[in-house]
Design a protein around this ligand. Structure first.
Ligand code: NAD
Length: 496
């Protein structure tokens, strides 16, 4: 008999919970695969299961998405926009329920799940507008009697491979752009967080999107590499958009290279945050607190390395310790919790070894530093390390855990050099009251997004994306994001 699971919360709209993959507007299980469990990171208890799709399930999903594309591409942009707006409205209507699903999959505090929903619906709203603003050009060339023009057309079936840390935002940032452009999409969520996207496609269907336009293939860790490869290499897939680690991003880029697929890679961060002596320290601290401890440090744009100028270093470290000591770690759904668990037990091991490595090489642990073992789930203490140096592991790799690592610097040149001393280039942050410093840092920091006196560097209106080994391609923002799902076709007309 199939194992029974108990959903640990109540929903106003129980229809939102689905435990099957979604293809052609039908809920389906895997042809040959089994099932995998979805675990609450706050308790380590499995509360649902989903199909572990295999490579055998790929052809049907792609053929469905391709057949749907041939119809959907002809739908006028205003209709696509209206479906997106209806979807957006339904998501907002169901946000109390969706917030619970996000919290019980990721572990994040419920207030942060609401925050993720607000941020994500920014994308459905924004791309509904973008759908009608896809324009071509007409020009008069040097040769007489000719006109040259371009049109933009949807590229075809797109595949989205996404991480677990923001299971709604990472998908809507891709899906809303693809659907606005006239593409159809197959989403492969992370094995840790399949249920959020399944609730969203339930609402997409209610919003009126035709069958096959948005599909989901869930799978487990074991089948993920082969299934992702099969999706990337399928000849009818024309676009792949991946968010996740740089390590896996390189594998995906390799799969796409064989078919010369258009690809977007949103990869790892290792982001620096630089605080100068003259900064408004309260302002810097407010932003750091939000940026560092959101989702227990598991955001790609979190501050991984915090550089503080020598004149305020001690003071800033003490302020951070005082504010961080007030964090209440607990289950994301429990009242009063301000920081939840990490999402996977793998993250606990990595955090522990990074703290040990830093300690061994001379860092001081001024707060936390350990796993919390008596709470049932995957908890790690909010941790502050000082006296960090570039030799330590955290300097080179994201911690993706609640660890704030502080480095002392003397000059602007030093701060710039160290901040850029990484293979990554996603986001950077600078705090200073001196506009000359801010502008120079904005120009000199090697990252795709720079926050100047702010830790908020992402919004539907602004292009999101990294440089260096943080990937390429942009999501969100005017024109650029929709362009990732379009081809430009040139026409030349002779008037002679
Ligand atoms: P990950 O790379 O392990 O997984 C991402 C996706 O790839 C998941 O769906 C996973 O199931 C799949 N995957 C894993 N191994 C695979 C393989 N061998 N072949 C094909 N697919 C595979 O990343 P994660 O641990 O889920 O997420 C954390 C990482 O994501 C961090 O590095 C973080 O910085 C990055 N991230 C980046 C952004 C961004 O916008 N730049 C946003 C969020 C997270």
């Amino acid at each position: 008999m199939a194992k029974q699971y108990k959903v640990p919360f109540e929903l106003n709209n129980p229809e939102l919970l689905h435990y099957e993959s979604f293809v052609d507007n039908k809920w389906i299980s895997s042809k040959k695969g089994g099932r995998f469990e979805v675990v609450d990171p706050g308790t380590d208890i499995a509360w649902a299961s989903c199909p572990a799709n295999t490579v055998d399930d790929v052809p049907h999903a792609v053929e469905v998405a391709h057949a749907a594309f041939n119809q959907y591409r002809k739908v006028v942009p205003r209709q696509r926009a209206q479906w997106l707006l209806k979807w957006d409205a339904l998501i907002r209507e169901n946000k109390d329920d969706i917030a619970k699903i996000i919290t019980y999959e990721t572990g994040k505090p419920i207030a942060e799940s609401y925050g993720e929903i607000d941020y994500s619906t920014g994308f459905t709203w924004w791309f509904a507008g973008e759908a009608e603003r896809i324009f071509g050009t007409v020009s008069t060339p040097a040769l007489p009697g000719r006109r040259i023009f371009t049109i933009k057309q949807p590229i075809g079936v797109a595949v989205a491979l996404v991480p677990w840390n923001f299971p709604m935002a990472m998908i809507l940032r891709k899906a809303a752009a693809a659907l606005a452009a006239g593409c159809t999409m197959i989403v492969k969520p992370s094995p840790e967080t399949p249920l959020t996207i399944l609730s969203l496609v339930h609402l997409a269907q209610k919003a009126g999107f035709p069958a096959g336009v948005l599909n989901v293939l869930t799978t487990d860790l074991e089948n993920t590499p082969a299934l992702s490869e099969a999706l990337c290499k399928h000849p009818l897939v024309k676009k792949v958009t991946f968010t996740g680690s740089t390590r896996v991003g390189k594998i995906i880029a390799g799969h796409c290279a064989t078919g010369l697929k258009k690809v977007t890679l949103e990869l790892g961060g290792n982001c620096p945050l630089v605080v100068f002596d003259d900064a408004n320290l309260d302002q810097a601290m407010d932003h750091l607190m939000a940026l560092k401890w959101r989702h227990a440090g598991q955001a790609c744009i979190t501050a991984n390395r915090i550089y503080v100028q020598a004149g305020v270093y001690e003071k800033f470290a003490n302020m951070l310790k005082e504010r961080t000591s007030k964090i209440v770690t607990g289950h994301g759904a429990a009242e009063g919790t301000t920081m939840g668990p990490v999402t996977t037990p793998r993250s606990l091991d990595k955090a522990t070894s990074q703290v040990q490595d830093a300690r061994k090489l001379g860092a001081k642990v001024i707060l936390g530093g350990n796993q919390i073992k008596d709470k049932g789930g995957y908890f790690f203490e909010p941790t502050i390390l000082t006296d960090m140096t570039e030799k330590m592991l955290i300097s080179r790799e994201e911690s993706f855990a609640p660890i704030a690592a502080l480095y002392k610097f003397d000059t602007e040149e030093e701060a710039t050099k160290w901040a850029n001393d990484t293979s990554m280039g996603l986001a950077s942050y600078v705090f200073s009251k001196n506009i000359d410093i801010l502008w120079r840092m904005y120009e000199n920091l090697e990252a795709g997004m720079i926050g100047l006196n702010t830790g908020n560097s992402s919004a539907a209106e602004s292009p999101f994306g990294g440089i260096k080994e943080s990937g390429y391609g942009k999501e969100s923002g005017k024109d650029v994001a929709v362009n990732e799902y379009l081809i430009t076709k040139t026409g030349t007309l002779s008037l002679e």
